[in-house]
Design a protein around this ligand. Structure first.
Ligand SMILES: [Zn+2]
Length: 403
């Protein structure tokens, strides 16, 4: 290890008591999630509103009003849709163009390394009728940032997240396209901060807390300098602008607005999947993804499995928990079925791309496990070492050390 410490401030905010939602399978460890007095999580509460209380006809009117204000008369771009060509961005862009007569420019911040199925889906997306700007960040810089983030934030995926958020806003300024459409608000749909629940957009001021986990690229670079991973010249000679939030003044001058499609349309991932298969040539994986039972979400990047695996180490819940939780909320499966799926799949090691991951970060297998072990040790309320093996203290099916 280079540092033997973490900068992830979310870790200190985890409640020490682990409890599971009485309606779905998520636990109190999910960052920013809250539980009410009946033990129901904020995502389930929102799901109830979504399926029972929200007037979706009224939201449809709001969407049409918004689009009427922004739609171009001369066929020029009038909105940006950031995405990967997965089921969600395919659905959003296709709806905007073909149902609502908008002229979207799609923009993609490239994954660390495309999987075959991810690349195919990306190509099929643009072939279904979209202009696309695909941005690959500098491979040397990105690799080093990932190496730093893996150790310091417990997630090598972080540099991707910075660009995924910021790149679209830079392009909005560059091409003077003020309207940006993201798919769903993960904070609201999957459990997290609910402060933006009743509005269709979020403010750039929210970014630091929600996307940068209280940290950011400059902190990573500083540590990279200390560890001689970066030289001063290397940092000075690379613009690194797509990792950073653009100038708020430029966004204000443009009148930039970022809206969630999920505010206007009831967001049901399984339906986005069916829609994108039919309309944009989207294909699911023939086999389920490691660590979950689903075949149609988060398919495009060889790194994805490690993002979810590290969540498992830090929070004790991972990809199957997340997939099962929202399928329970959407009424596709029962809680009992969800619990069984979590028991069977959650936290499985992403072996398929392990060698690739080590090579990408330039670390040995020993270093990998040292870092994983450090995050176990940083989570003593989640894990207990029994006979040299880390065991979950509590899990949703009740077989944990403390259950
Ligand atoms: Zn819940």
């Amino acid at each position: 290890m280079l540092f033997g410490k973490t900068l992830d401030r979310q870790l200190g905010n985890r409640p020490k008591e682990i409890k599971f939602c009485t309606k779905c399978v998520v636990s109190s460890q999910r960052p920013r999630i809250t539980f009410d007095e009946q033990g129901v999580c904020s995502a389930c509460r929102y799901a109830y509103e979504k399926h029972n209380l929200i007037d979706w006809d009224e939201r449809e009117r709001q969407l049409r009003d918004l689009l009427d204000r922004f739609r171009s008369k001369d066929g020029s771009y009038d909105c940006l849709v950031p995405g990967s060509g997965g089921k969600d961005s395919s659905y959003v862009s296709h709806q905007l163009k073909y149902k609502y007569g908008m002229h979207p420019l799609t923009v993609t911040w490239a994954p660390f390394e495309y999987t075959d199925i991810g690349w195919k889906n990306f190509l099929n997306w643009k072939d279904s009728g979209f202009d696309n700007l695909l941005c690959f960040p500098n491979g040397q810089v990105h690799r080093k940032l990932s190496r730093l983030a893996f150790e310091l934030l417990g997630d090598a995926w972080e540099p991707f997240a910075y660009g995924q958020k910021a790149y679209a806003f830079h392009m909005a300024i560059k091409f003077k396209i003020p309207l940006i459409f993201y798919g769903e608000s993960g904070e609201i749909e999957y459990g997290g901060s609910t402060r933006n629940k009743d509005k269709p957009y979020e403010d750039p001021d929210d970014w630091r807390e929600l996307y940068y986990k209280g940290s950011g690229i400059d902190e990573l670079l500083q540590h990279g300098l200390e560890a001689d991973l970066f030289s001063k010249e290397e940092i000075a000679n690379n613009p690194l602008m797509f990792y950073r939030q653009p100038d708020p003044e430029a966004l204000r001058n443009l009148g930039c607005q970022m809206h969630w499609f999920s505010y206007y349309k009831k967001w049901v991932p399984q339906e986005n999947y069916y829609y994108s298969v039919e309309n944009t040539g989207f294909q699911a994986n023939p086999e389920h993804s490691e660590g979950t039972y689903s075949k149609y979400a988060s398919l495009d990047d060889k790194q994805d499995g490690f993002h979810f695996y590290l969540a498992f180490i830090k929070f004790g819940i991972a990809r199957a928990t997340s997939d099962a939780a929202h399928e329970i909320r959407d009424g596709h499966i029962t809680r009992e079925e969800g619990v069984a799926l979590v028991k069977r799949y959650d936290g499985a090691f992403p072996a398929r791309h392990f060698q690739w991951f080590l090579n990408y970060l330039g670390i040995s297998e020993g270093e990998f496990w040292d870092i994983i072990n450090m995050y176990h040790e940083l989570s003593p309320h989640v894990w207990k070492k029994v006979d040299g093996q880390w065991k979950l203290r509590r899990n949703v099916w009740g077989g944990g050390v403390d259950d």
